[in-house]
Design a protein around this ligand. Structure first.
Ligand code: BTN
Length: 255
């Protein structure tokens, strides 16, 4: 499978790069179109949240994908994107990061990047809009998120032009997207993700999905990227949606 060539389309300001990319996908834009904006006035996060996107403070981009493999495996696209973002931050800033299931990039348990994948029906078939937001400068998130969010500037001590991160990112996305599409590719992406995430195995977590709360210890991923959790009754539950938080365990002491 040849690597996808990304075409970058830059804007000064947009309501949301995801919305712009979706509308272009409906109009027939090709796979690989990457919409970038210096600011978003109505940036979208997961679970209907807002993604604050001040001018020049972050990387805000959305990529059109038209995957030809089974839709049951499309959740792997966001895991793939997380692996690519993590690689780009390592290459450009020498910054080591963690991945919280399914695709938040963290430093010291604080969020540095979020990924929002949305599907859109187009005349060329159902497409995926892969939206990626990386906090580059300290002002990329609001002050009340200080305890849970961070930026490349804070974590790495520097944050160059978003263009440099974008170039590294699309290079890695091309590589991992080609990997995902070849035979055995889904296993490879699950392996790559699991190698890079402290959440893959043995992590005590709580998952909130609507009114439902589940607590347990992570036990690896299913082949479609779903997270396996062992609950306190020893039962394995498979999670396909929800908000994960780490649960701090107090080390038990024996005297
Ligand atoms: C999350 O809540 O973790 C996902 C955040 C995704 C934000 C990015 S910024 C670029 C793209 N355009 C949007 O409106 N959202 C995504």
């Amino acid at each position: 499978m040849p690597e996808l060539v990304f075409q970058i389309l830059s804007f000064d300001s947009l309501p949301s790069t995801n919305v712009e990319a979706a509308s272009r996908a409906v109009d027939g834009a090709p796979e690989g179109l990457c919409v970038v904006a210096s600011e978003q006035t109505a940036g979208r996060g997961r679970l209907q949240r807002q993604w604050v996107s001040p001018k020049g403070a972050g990387l805000y981009c959305s990529i059109i994908l038209r995957p030809q493999f089974d839709q049951s495996l499309w959740p792997l696209l966001t895991l793939m994107a997380a692996v690519a973002v993590q690689g780009a931050l390592l290459d450009v800033y020498d910054l080591e990061t963690d991945i919280k299931w399914p695709n938040d990039i963290l430093v010291n348990d604080k969020k540095l990047c979020g990924i929002l994948a949305e599907t859109v029906d187009t005349p060329l078939g159902r497409s995926v809009i892969l939206g990626i937001g990386v906090n580059l400068k300290h002002n990329s998130y609001s002050a009340e998120l200080d305890g849970v969010a961070t930026s490349v500037e804070v974590a790495a001590g520097r944050s160059e032009d978003p263009q440099i991160v974008l170039e590294a990112l699309v290079g890695l996305l091309a590589r991992y997207y080609a990997m995902l599409q070849r035979s055995g590719g889904s296993e490879e992406i699950v392996r790559e993700w699991s190698r890079r995430s402290s959440y893959a195995n043995g992590r005590r977590i709580r998952v909130a999905n609507g009114d439902q709360i589940l607590e347990g210890t992570t036990r690896g991923l299913e082949q479609d990227g779903a997270l396996r959790i062992e609950t306190d009754t020893g039962k394995i539950q498979t999670i396909r949606a929800g908000d994960v938080t780490a649960v701090r365990t107090i080390a038990s002491q024996s005297w």
